[in-house]
Design a protein around this ligand. Structure first.
Ligand code: ZN
Length: 475
């Protein structure tokens, strides 16, 4: 799905580099999409029902959008964001859309505007510029498209040319959607839609009902999760089930990057926590320890580990109290990697059988910490700029700050990390364009011959993520 309405979007403005960038971008514009990390609801593809109205599809679930309006005084309820206690919110898609369009100017210069505009034009073929005056016209045009069979999830998946899409599930998920996908020839090992093992809700002691979650983990697996040994056995068992559902990676969302091997103390900590007597510091220590346990499990079962530290969850307490998690109330914090990861790297960092993909919300660490680590340990690779950093500016700065020390081949390829299914091709397209511009500059400065730049951009867009996340071999 290459861009047609703005062919030079995001390519360098300088003419000689732009010409080179066009050539490089053309090599990858139509390549299949590898999406190894994201949060699309697998039910979408399992059930293949028509999408709801444009507001429910594009605005309500997108916390990048609702938080910006909230920062300017528009309440999430006015935009249809559900409440925890069931207090009614706006459900009329057209009203939500109009309210949003009144504030469209807030997104000038943001990646959200870019993604949404590209989604309108490239995915839906709607070229009318959004404004308060055109809100209804755009809404009606999008709604008409959503009613067509070609805009069902599976049809779009084909049109987007997605080769593989990974969703994210907790160990407590029964993977029923993935079973349905497998039955339809869409899922399972080597399938087009696979899952990812995300155990945060049974590893983070402060994650809501941790104890109840661990009980449930025991029920699902038939292991005694009253004991630490049983808990580990239960996690291993769920990983096997996830692998059978096509998973090739796990994902760990921690407050910090800290790792530690607690040894025999781990069981004592677990027992305390199970009795509701966790002590200050236990939450972080247990998560830090579990990363070593998960690394050991990975050595056995081959799951790639993704580590996503640095988000202070639910920083906006009011928002959390009213609307719960994942609605835009999270904020990044300073994240330290060099000392935090040392215990894990001491134990397994030089073992090429282990693969850890590191992400950050702290851009300062790219040059100082992450590139030197990934450039020096066999097990480490750098994940693409994520969440608050997934703008064209940071994608460009990522290449500028990590390539000198880590090169291209210690990076893991682009991840869209999105809940918004319709934005997937747009986001990958943005990354491909930025890489084309970066490589064009290397060619223009006589630092890289064109044929090697051409090979590199195909590697970055397609071969590398496929290899890193074990979706196939590097050819
Ligand atoms: Zn994610």
């Amino acid at each position: 799905m290459p861009t047609s309405t703005r062919p030079d979007l995001l390519l360098p403005a300088e003419p000689s580099q732009r010409a080179l960038a066009r050539e490089l971008y053309a090599l990858v514009a139509r390549l299949p999409i590898i999406s190894p990390h994201g949060h699309v609801d697998p039910a979408l593809l399992a059930e293949d029902q028509p999408f709801p109205d444009p507001a429910q599809l594009l605005i309500v679930p997108d916390h990048y959008l609702t938080r910006m309006l909230f920062s300017q005084g528009v309440l999430p309820a006015e935009l249809g964001v559900p409440t925890r206690d069931g207090t009614p919110v706006q459900t009329d898609g057209r009203r939500i859309w109009r309210r949003f369009a009144e504030h469209w100017h807030l997104f000038r210069g943001t990646p959200s505007r870019l993604w949404l505009e590209q989604t309108f034009t490239e995915v839906f073929g709607v070229d009318t510029r959004l404004s308060p005056q055109t809100a209804d016209e755009v809404y009606d045009a999008l709604a008409a498209r959503l009613a067509e069979p070609d805009f069902r999830p599976r049809a779009l998946f084909e049109r987007f040319n997605i080769e593989v899409l990974a969703t994210t599930e907790s160990p407590l998920d029964d993977l029923g959607r993935h079973a349905k996908l497998a039955a339809d020839g869409w899922g399972g090992p080597g399938g087009r839609v696979v899952t990812t093992f995300r155990p945060d809700n049974v590893v983070d002691l402060e994650f809501g009902d941790w104890a109840a979650n661990v009980d449930r983990l025991g029920e699902i697996t038939g292991e005694d999760t009253g004991t630490y040994a049983g808990y580990l056995a239960a996690l291993r068992s769920r990983r096997e089930a996830f692998i059978a559902a096509g998973a090739t990676s796990s994902d760990h969302g921690h407050l910090t990057a800290r790792t530690v091997d607690l040894g025999a103390d781990a069981a004592a900590l677990f027992d305390r926590a199970r009795r509701g007597r966790a002590e200050p510091g236990d939450t972080e220590a247990f998560q830090a320890h579990m990363l070593l346990e998960f690394a050991r499990m990975s050595l056995d079962d081959g799951l790639v580990m993704q580590l996503h530290p640095g988000a202070v969850r639910n920083h906006n307490r009011w928002l959390y109290a009213r609307h719960g998690r994942d609605v835009g109330g999270d904020v990044p914090q300073v994240t330290e990697y060099v000392h935090a990861l040392a215990p894990l790297l001491d134990a397994y960092g030089n073992d090429p059988r282990l693969r850890v993909v590191l992400y950050t919300l702290d851009e300062d660490t790219f040059t100082r910490e992450l590139a030197p680590l990934a450039g020096g340990y066999a097990a480490l690779l750098l994940g693409a700029p994520w969440w608050f950093l997934d703008s064209p500016e940071v994608l460009r700065r990522f290449r500028e700050t990590v390539t000198e020390t880590a090169g291209f081949y210690n990076t893991a390829g682009f991840v869209d990390d999105t809940r918004a299914f319709c934005s997937i091709p747009v986001r990958h397209d943005v990354a491909r364009r930025i890489d084309a511009g970066f490589l064009a500059r290397l060619v223009a400065e006589h630092r890289l011959p064109m044929d090697e730049a051409a090979e590199t951009i195909v590697d970055l867009a397609y071969r590398l993520p496929k290899k890193v996340f074990k979706f196939g071999e590097f050819s």
